[in-house]
Write a protein that binds this ligand. Structure first.
Ligand code: PXG
Length: 285
């Protein structure tokens, strides 16, 4: 495996960062998780745009241009002969002194890993996932905006632990107002009376690239899509529920807090959108 580090492709044993890197010391950095399907990097432009926006939001100047970063991703995929897999693109603040001051850091590290990922067991793509509501709320947008895909994922990890403890592979996170935000690594949708609904970006969520692709696919298919405020009640009484993410793709959620959603199996609109998304990933849409 060849890892891209600051312009070079190096064996993974040589792909190392300093213990003084603020990415390690403080979670100070940004990242993207991107898929490769059939040798093509999926929705790369959108991931690059979000990466640079996340970096800008934390006042991190990425040394390369977006065009150079795009080429570096493609180069890493080619060097690893990856046809179907997963890319982790990471920018750290770089090494500095022991202190928060970003002015005492230098050399942000650009790391690109091309590997494989399987987030959920295949059978759950047929059966659907069980969810619980985490007591850990999503970061307050005025503390750390969930729109920034930063290297500090403790907020999500703490909620994920609550899910795992309850035998659920995903957990629902509410925002500081008690509204539905998203899951720990996935966005959430419901279907109610044939209408597709998902929390709006001002609900304190990461604006998922898969989320946006599914919204477009649904509209193309003639569905009404609403980006709204959702409460947990809306989820409990919904007809269908599903999650979206680069790693997860589209996966049904069949219960929340032990309560079945709809009839407790993946619903027809969920299944249809899952198929349409698969077609899109295969370049057939
Ligand atoms: N919300 C959160 C908090 C996320 O971390 C999503 C939504 C979905 O966004 P995209 O743009 O992927 O549709 C994410 C993304 C992993 C992994 O390693 C997690 C994500 C993406 C890729 C890999 O667990 N989450």
């Amino acid at each position: 495996m060849k890892i891209y580090m600051n312009g070079n492709l190096v064996p993974k044993e040589q792909a190392v960062v300093s213990v003084f890197d603020h990415g390690l010391l403080y979670g100070d950095g940004v990242f993207e998780g991107i898929r490769v399907y059939g040798g093509k990097v999926f929705l790369l432009d959108q991931h690059i745009t979000r990466l640079y926006e996340s970096a800008r939001a934390i006042r991190l100047d990425i040394p390369n241009s977006p065009e150079e970063m795009t080429a570096a991703v493609e180069q890493t995929v080619a060097a690893n002969q990856l046809t179907d897999g997963y890319i982790r693109l990471v920018i750290t603040r770089g090494a500095g002194s022991l202190g928060l001051d970003i002015q005492q850091t230098s050399n942000p590290q650009t790391i690109i890993i091309a590997d494989t990922i399987s987030l959920y067991p295949q059978e759950l793509y047929e059966k659907g996932l069980k969810l619980i509501t985490a007591s850990t709320i999503r970061n307050h947008p005025q503390a750390l905006s969930p729109q920034i895909k930063s290297l500090n994922y403790l907020n999500n990890i703490l909620a994920k632990i609550e899910g795992t403890d309850a035998d659920c592979l995903e957990a629902l996170m509410m925002n500081h107002k008690g509204e539905v935000a998203e899951c720990t690594g996935d966005n959430i949708f419901i279907v109610k009376n044939g209408i597709l609904k998902t929390p709006s970006t001002d609900s304190g969520i990461l604006e998922g690239i898969t989320r946006n692709a599914v919204i477009s696919l649904a509209r193309q298919a003639g569905l009404t899509v609403e980006e709204v405020t959702l409460t947990r009640h809306d989820l409990y009484v919904s007809d269908e529920c599903f999650l979206t993410g680069s790693a997860a793709e589209v996966i049904a959620a069949i219960s929340l807090d032990g309560r079945p959603i709809g009839n407790g199996t993946p619903g027809p609109i969920t299944k249809d959108l899952k198929k349409r998304y698969e077609k899109l990933t295969q370049g057939k849409s």
